[in-house]
Ligand binder design. Structure first.
Ligand code: TNX
Length: 538
């Protein structure tokens, strides 16, 4: 009797095992339709994409494994899992001990392959059974998972199995950036933006493979970073903004939080203190700094060029030594931006003396100096980087001096320029910049600047006309997405007509992120329903 019972128990278990294996097999044999490798969804466009004709089933059985003893890789695996959860609501375990039913596996591997030599290079091999992401560096792996995020369809397929499947198109993607410096700038001085706003901007930049964010931390209208040895800078200088709103500033702890958040996304923060002009907020806080001969008062307008530090006072340099020391101490990135633009009330010889002296302070604290292009009139060190925004002559001088250039030509890259005469926000002193104009030019071939002299490109977002994150997003998006492609992709792969389709396909992501982008009439946003597309079999 007892042995019969045991026999039927064993039989039952075998039957259950058989059926569960069958379900497993069914899953393994999921016949995913032939697909287009979602070329239409990737921005920046990768160097090479070789589609094969199937799909990897991202579903409840998927797991992520990463190189475990390489710094950054497990965290990148977790980052990907978090983003998959946000998009699909699937919980994908990361580096868990082998679970038998996990069969679709995403591997994120550190690889020393020579093919992956360029910093931030990665390769993605997507087959029916696995996704393998190889990269030499954690930064490359991080860029690679952005590509993967982009090719996960926006909605699940529920006809392939009894559970939801997000089929990722199979194929091979080989990719690396054109420029190692891909940046945007936020002007948090004209209007202050909260830590949360900056983090959201960083998230958007990261998705499009930017690797740098420049923060314009001081200007006539506001000083936005706590300096412990000079507390009035934020008490007084941080108290207002354009239009007389309440202003604000980052404590050093908050700034560190931004830096850390950016670092988790492989984005470097560049702090800028603009000087000797654009310095009214500092001089109101400590009037001895002022060199324009007028009693400084808080300023809430949008004129430029009226303020200057006193360039011939040692106490001004002692003050700047403290400021640069305190900021560089909490800035792990290699750069410090010393401004230098539009110093209309500073005599040229004083300006030159000033920039050369400040450059030395920046070096003393172990950073590379960056300055707006006017700065090249000084006898600057060849490691100092000139940010070309307006003057080609200045760019030429920089090149002659062996300096590298950051391209930010206002008429192509200024995100605060209006799209057209009807744009709600923005200025238009440099140009109207519609979405196509922001994209249809080549940094490799801009006004004869040799590509060897270009460190990279940066899209600045000045904030005289925008005080809310939604307004800022209206100016930045979609143009910054085009700049991301100019910075990363090779010119042969860029084409406005095809880009337009890929840009339209960003709408579901931008909507999910609650980005108030400008719905450019040049883009057919209605067609933006990226989902896993079946290709006609015949
Ligand atoms: C010029 S670009 C400026 C900024 C303004 C911007 C407005 C540069 C180095 N200086 O101070 O905010 O134009 O578009």
């Amino acid at each position: 009797m007892k042995s019969n019972f045991i026999r039927s128990l064993v039989l039952c278990s075998l039957i259950i095992l058989f059926f569960s294996c069958e379900t497993e097999k069914k899953k393994r044999q999921l016949n995913l339709p032939k697909t287009d490798l979602a070329m239409e969804n990737m921005i920046p466009i990768p160097v090479k994409v070789i589609p094969t004709d199937s799909g990897f089933a991202l579903d409840q059985f998927t797991a992520i494994y990463t190189s475990q003893n390489v710094t950054g890789f497990p965290e990148i695996g977790q980052f990907l899992a978090d983003k998959i959860k946000e998009k699909t609501n699937i919980d994908v375990p990361v580096n868990v001990d082998e679970i038998p039913e996990r069969e679709g596996v995403i591997y994120i591997n550190q690889s020393d392959s020579l093919e992956l030599d360029a910093p931030e290079a990665y390769q993605l091999y997507i087959t029916k059974d696995s996704v393998i992401l190889n990269s030499n560096t954690a930064a490359g792996a991080f860029r690679g998972i952005q590509t993967l995020r982009q090719i996960i369809p926006n909605s699940a397929n529920d006809t392939l199995a009894s559970y939801e499947v997000w089929p990722i198109p199979t194929g091979k993607i080989i990719d690396s950036p054109t420029f190692g410096f891909r940046s945007s700038m936020l002007d948090v001085a004209r209007h202050f933006f909260s830590v949360e706003d900056v983090k959201k901007y960083i998230d958007l930049l990261a998705y499009y493979k930017f690797n740098t964010l420049h923060l314009h931390l001081s200007d006539d209208q506001g000083w936005r970073i706590e300096i412990k040895s000079w507390p009035k800078l934020t008490e007084i200088g941080g108290s207002t903004e354009v239009g007389g709103e309440s202003g604000g500033f980052y404590t050093q702890e908050e700034y560190k939080e931004i830096v850390a958040y950016a670092a988790e996304r492989y984005i470097v923060i560049i702090p800028e203190i603009d000087m000797p002009g654009h310095s009214n907020a500092a001089s109101v806080s400590y009037p001895f700094l002022n060199g324009n001969g007028k009693t400084p008062e808080l300023y809430e307008g949008i004129e430029v060029g009226f303020s200057t530090f006193d360039t011939r006072k040692d106490t001004v340099y002692a003050f700047l030594d403290d400021v640069i020391r305190e900021i560089t101490e909490i800035t792990p990135g290699p750069y410090f931006h010393m401004g230098g633009d539009e110093t209309h009330v500073t005599k040229m010889k004083d300006y030159i003396y000033f920039m050369e002296r400040v450059e030395k302070i920046v070096h003393k604290y172990g950073k590379k100096a960056i300055g707006w292009d006017e700065m090249v009139h000084g006898d600057m060190d060849s490691t100092t980087i000139a940010q070309f925004w307006a003057s080609k002559e200045n760019a030429d001088i920089a090149i002659k001096k062996g300096m590298k250039i950051i391209l930010s030509p206002a008429k192509k890259m200024y995100l605060d320029m209006q799209y057209d005469s009807l744009s709600k926000y923005g200025l238009h002193w440099a140009a109207y910049i519609p979405t196509d104009s922001a994209y249809t030019w080549s940094p490799q071939n801009y006004e004869g600047i040799p590509v060897e002299s270009i460190l990279g490109i940066e899209a600045p977002l000045w904030s005289e006309t925008v005080g809310e994150i939604g307004e800022l997003e209206y100016l930045a998006f979609p143009r910054a997405i085009g700049h991301a492609e100019l910075a990363w992709s090779i010119p042969e792969n860029r084409d406005w007509e095809r880009y337009k389709v890929r840009l339209a396909n960003q709408a579901p992501f931008l909507d999910r992120m609650d980005v108030k982008y400008y719905p450019s009439p040049l883009i057919d946003w209605e067609k933006s329903k990226y989902s896993y597309k079946e290709i006609d079999k015949d």
